[in-house]
Design a protein around this ligand. Structure first.
Ligand code: DQA
Length: 146
């Protein structure tokens, strides 16, 4: 199984950026933990601060991975183009957020990309990514039983 994690703008600063919201753990350490936890899954990782690069990555991986875990950061709330990219590919995507966006400012409560995703996980800190991977693994194993 092969899963692509895509992190959007400012998520390269995890561990440093607003630690009271996003935590103190560096992403590289968390990614290592994830890969150890799911030895049966090849977890590819990509981060970009640029909307078009995120779209290019979705198009590049969107027909041959088993799942995409996407934290589009602030583009979640603004990007019709990322929604369209998700709808254009066949790989299922799970939208994740580290923080509980519904407990924050009003503008974070609206996601433009959710309609292009299988589901949404938010508010569990970095553990949101693990939960998304579990969901994709479960979905793949249900489909292989059908
Ligand atoms: C975020 C929530 C977004 O509103 C914000 O712009 C981010 C991170 C999260 O993971 O909680 O950059 O996606």
């Amino acid at each position: 199984m092969r899963i692509q994690i895509i992190n959007g703008p400012n998520l390269n600063l995890l561990g440093v950026r607003e630690p009271e919201i996003y935590g103190k753990k560096a992403w590289a350490d968390y990614l290592k933990d994830l890969r150890t936890r799911f030895p049966q899954v090849r977890i590819d990782y990509y981060q970009s601060n640029l909307e078009g690069e995120i779209i290019n990555k979705i198009q590049e991986v969107g027909f041959d991975r088993d799942g995409i875990v996407l934290n589009a950061g602030a583009y979640t709330h603004t990007s019709v183009a990322i929604l369209d990219a998700l709808k254009s590919v066949s790989t299922p995507a799970v939208e994740v957020h580290i923080s509980n966006v519904h407990q924050r400012e009003e503008f974070r409560r609206k996601s433009l990309i959710s309609p292009g995703c299988l589901g949404v996980i938010c508010g569990f800190g970095l553990d949101s990514y693990r939960l998304a991977i579990e969901a994709l693994i479960d979905k793949a194993s249900c489909e292989s039983e059908e």
